[in-house]
Every structure is written in structure tokens, then in C-alpha cells.
Design a protein around this ligand. Structure first.
Ligand code: SAH
Length: 346
């Protein structure tokens, strides 16, 4: 039977119209599913018994299963979720002061092959559907009985390689009768897939864009992020400027700081130069090396280098932040998600 959540809002409304009902009946059902997170059709108290029986004969309501849940000392919680076809993905709850962020996956595995990223070590399995993207948030809301304030697509996968599902998912996350999170609290983070940036610029919602720049010249970026061979820095920055022009919003450049690779004074100067006419914030992310990765290609970076690099940047740039590493003790930090292995360990 079909999972009713696999129907888009339009399709749900159409289903009811086709069955001789008014538009609002479909809207009510959408709300039961995406705002109230019910598990049983009989909870739809404003839907007639007859209609509920019809729904039951055609659909089921399914959620991903929590396979594993690990809580860090700092409150970060990493979930390993099993989708209906048995594929496992990871989603992370990150509390920080008044802000509670959920970091969602958009694909199972990833095909981008960034050298420093743990998701890249497992092969690409498949795109997540729009409802699997949203369900990650619902499962956590139900489990913790808390609401997130922010959503970031910094889990597994490249969101702009799954744009149709991503946009449908953002629609539900943002919808007042869905999860109801303001678009400006939703950040799409991309490896720098340029055609996706142009497409996302056309998407009407005021979501935020973060671009994982991570290097200041094509030689190094080609090495650590192979996608750069197809979409090099200059063209990438051009597409980002276009995005800002259309949306009227500043973007974030993420810069994973890797010892001996992109952490020199020259890199800092070049980064300032590259971004000088772009309305942006720079988010420095000290490279996370998994506690289990003893023969890692890259070594962890020391605080002193991070501070030095940050100071250079501050001197030349308006807005720089350094990301505190959350969930290190449970390998839930940025880029450390690796569902396949976690599933094996489970
Ligand atoms: N594909 C998207 C989103 C997933 S990665 C993207 O590339 O943006 C989310 C962020 O984690 C990116 O900025 C990426 O550069 C960073 N990241 C990946 N591996 C990391 C690691 N080992 N340490 C720190 N950050 C990492």
C-alpha cells in the first residue's frame, strides 16, 4: 500500500477533489500528517468515518524507524534512521543556546567525493524523497517533544543534486500547516553545484544559501573537492553573486580549515580578496577527524592555527565565525556522518 505522505500537498488536495470533496478536506488531511504527525487515520477527527475507511483501504501512514540514538556530552543527538526500503541515514539535533538546529540529510550516501568528508567514503545510494527529507525532522520532534528553530542541509548528500525533492520538502517545512519554520531559518548548504545554484535562485522562498568553498585556488580545490574540476571557483563565485542579486540576501561561505592544505596567510589573503565584492559571511570550520579514523589523510588542526587564520580573516573581512565542533564524542560533527558504517556497528 502507498504511504500517504508520498503525496505532495497538491496531490492530496487533488485526491479529495477527485473523490467529490472540497479543497479544504485535503488541506485538513495535510495538516494532520505534517503538523500533527498522526500515525493512525482514526486520529483525523474532522474527517468522516467513511472517508477515513476509504483512506485506510488505499494508504498507510509510515515513518522512518530510529535504529540508533547517541547523545553527546554537549547535548547533540545523532540519530540513525531506517527508511522504508531499509536504507539508513543520519540526522543530527544540535542544541546551542536558544537555537536548536536539525541537520538533515538529502541523499543516502554522496557522489561528490570530497576528500575530507566521511559521507564520501561510502558510495552514493539514492536521493531521498521529499517526505523522507521532512520526516527526519518529524521523527526528532516526536522523539524529543521539542521543536527546532533552524534547519540546515548539512547531513549526508548534496542537496542541489536532489533539487526537486528538496524544494518540495522545504515547502512542507515552511508551510504554516506543515512544520511552520520561517524560510530564513532554513539553510541549504552546497558543495558548489553551479546549475543547482541558478535553479535555487529561481525558487521563490527566502531560504539561505551556504557554499562550501574550502579552498582559494583551483589546484587545491580540485584536489579536495573534485567537483571543482567541472565547476571552478571563478564560475562558482559568479553564480553566488547572481543568487545574491536575485534574493537580496547575503550568503555564507563555509571554509573547512585543513592543516597544511588551506590554512596559510596567503590563503587568508586570497579568501578576503575573492569575497571582497560579495555580501557574505565566512564560517570557518576546523576539520573534524573522526575519533575512529586513525590513518586519516588529514590531521586534526590545532587551535592556534584556527585562531591565527581567524584573526587574519577578521582584519580583512566584515563577518567571520568559527564553528564550534558539536557532538565530537559521538562522531556527529560536521562531515562525520557515515551511516553505512554506523549501520554495520549497530
Ligand atoms: N554537500 C553539502 C552539504 C553536506 S556537507 C556541502 O558540501 O555543503 C556539510 C558541510 O560539512 C560542508 O561545508 C562540508 O565542507 C563540511 N565537511 C565535510 N566533511 C567535514 C569534516 N571532516 N570536517 C569539517 N567539516 C566537514
Amino acid at each position: 500500500m502507498i504511504n500517504i505522505k508520498s503525496l505532495t500537498k497538491k496531490q492530496i488536495i487533488q485526491y479529495f477533489i477527485d473523490n467529490g470533496e472540497k479543497t479544504f478536506k485535503g488541506q485538513q488531511v495535510f495538516k494532520w500528517l505534517w503538523q500533527k504527525h498522526i500515525s493512525d487515520f482514526d486520529e483525523m477527527t474532522d474527517v468522516s468515518k467513511k472517508l477515513r475507511e476509504k483512506l485506510k483501504s488505499e494508504f498507510v501512514i509510515e515513518y522512518p524507524k530510529i535504529l540508533k540514538k547517541q547523545t553527546s556530552k554537549d547535548g547533540t543527538i545523532k540519530y540513525l534512521l531506517e527508511l522504508n526500503d531499509g536504507v539508513a541515514i543520519e540526522t543530527v539535533w544540535i542544541p546551542s543556546g536558544r537555537r536548536n538546529t536539525i541537520c538533515i540529510s538529502t541523499q543516502a550516501g554522496c557522489a561528490m567525493g570530497c576528500k575530507f568528508c566521511y559521507t564520501a567514503k561510502q558510495e552514493f545510494i539514492r536521493n531521498l524523497t521529499f517526505f523522507e527529507i521532512v520526516d527526519q525532522i518529524i521523527v526528532i520532534i516526536k522523539d524529543l517533544n521539542k521543536r527546532p528553530t533552524n534547519i540546515v542541509t548539512m547531513g549526508m548528500g548534496e542537496p542541489l543534486k536532489n533539487l526537486e525533492n528538496l524544494e518540495e520538502a522545504i515547502g512542507i517545512i515552511n508551510d504554516e500547516t506543515g512544520i511552520g519554520i520561517a524560510a530564513r531559518k532554513i539553510t541549504v548548504s552546497t558543495v558548489g553545484f553551479i546549475p543547482g545554484i541558478y535553479e535555487l535562485a529561481k525558487y521563490p522562498k527566502q531560504i539561505k544559501l551556504a557554499v562550501s568553498l574550502n579552498a582559494t585556488n583551483d589546484k587545491i580545490r580540485n584536489y579536495i573537492m573534485p567537483i571543482n574540476k567541472i565547476y571552478p571557483i571563478e564560475k562558482l563565485l559568479y553564480s553566488v553573486k547572481h543568487f545574491i542579486e536575485i534574493k537580496g540576501k547575503r550568503v555564507t561561505f563555509e571554509y573547512v580549515l585543513i592543516k597544511g592544505v588551506n590554512d596559510s596567510k596567503d590563503d587568508a589573503d586570497k579568501l578576503i580578496e575573492l569575497t571582497k565584492d560579495i555580501e557574505c559571511k565566512i564560517n570557518i570550520i576546523p576539520l573534524n577527524v573522526s575519533i575512529n579514523d586513525v590513518d586519516s589523510l588529514f590531521k586534526p588542526i590545532d587551535n592556534e592555527t584556527v585562531e591565527k587564520f581567524t584573526k587574519w580573516m577578521m582584519k580583512g573581512h566584515k563577518a567571520v565565525t568559527v564553528r564550534k565542533s558539536k557532538g565530537r564524542d559521538i562522531d556527529a560533527a560536521c562531515g562525520e556522518l557515515k551511516g553505512r558504517e554506523s549501520l554495520k556497528n549497530y
